[in-house]
Design a protein around this ligand. Sequence first.
Ligand code: UT7
Length: 331
Amino acid sequence: MSNDTKAAGIIGTGSYVPETILKNSYFEEKLDTNDEWIVSRTGIKERRKVKPEMATSDIATYAALKAIEDAKLTPMDLDMIIVATVTSDMSFPSTACIIQKNIGAEKAAAFDISAACSGFIYGLSIASQFVKSGSKKNILVIGAETLSKITDYDDRNTCILFGDGAGAAIVSCVEEGFGILSAYLGSDGRGGDLLKLPAGGSRMPASRETIANSQHFIKMDGSEVFKFAIKIMGEAAEKALSLCGMEKEDIDYLIPHQANIRIIESATKRLKISKDKVFVNVDKYGNMSAASIAVALDEAKRTNKLNKGDVVVLVGFGGGLTWGSAVMKWT
Ligand code: UT7
């Protein structure tokens, strides 16, 4: 352990989305909804779904191996694995431990965090503290979800929104002045009932009644979450910028949580940045909760949207309620 404070940043990314595509027409056939409503209210055209036998750790493992390769590391180089998810394989062991076994990262401490859609930013922030303090060198941060497993496909209010996917990043030491410059995390537990999975925990263990009442599926007050999101996205991004002495004019690229195109457009407007500086893939994948920003970051990188020295802002919100933002100088 060293006393020097180091710079921490992302040195590799990876992502994976399942092959099966659910287009809006799939819902048109089953429910009282249509493509026009879904696209105009959400921007979503299709989303991915895992096969029944696949769990979150399976798709997260694919994303993790790609990130490790991209960073030119091996699994044995990892000191820590942090997994952000609301769809862990099971309550315990953690999904992080299952991935550790899958990839053979024998030297890594592994744990999950629960911050819903903000989870990947929470994970990056935790990882950056360990790397900056010098106590850990290479940390794998994953945002991964199989939301199809907790989605009620009879509930038109929620089922059109969610999809499955996994994204990963390696946080490590980077050149001074680069990497994660600031992170801002927040929560408001008073809004916890707005977005939740009621049953299956210690409050309401699984029973015949909970299954009969569909309480193992996501419940959401969409319009209240929408109002919260509109307010918090811009605020959180501005706060992270101010923490590192920057302003919204300094943003070169924005990677927002992909929940709804109208929420993304509202943040874009408030931050006064042009649309070509904002990454959008909500049309292809829907809302993948903790995986959304992680997959978007990898796709932005692989499509050469991020250049060395660019000021890249990540911002997200989610159940809890939680929110998080981070400013990076891209390495
Ligand atoms: O990652 C964080 C997780 N969650 C979110 O980010 C969700 C945030 N919220 C939203 O994105 C939006 O609130 C929704 C897309 C969920 C809903 O859009 P909205 O413009 O807020 O619609 P609304 O909830 O105000 O509903 C308007 C109407 C309702 O009908 P009535 O009560 O006015 O007759 C809904 O029942 O639209 C109806 N509706 C639908 N109609 C057709 C709700 N879902 C559908 C649907 N197809 N799939």
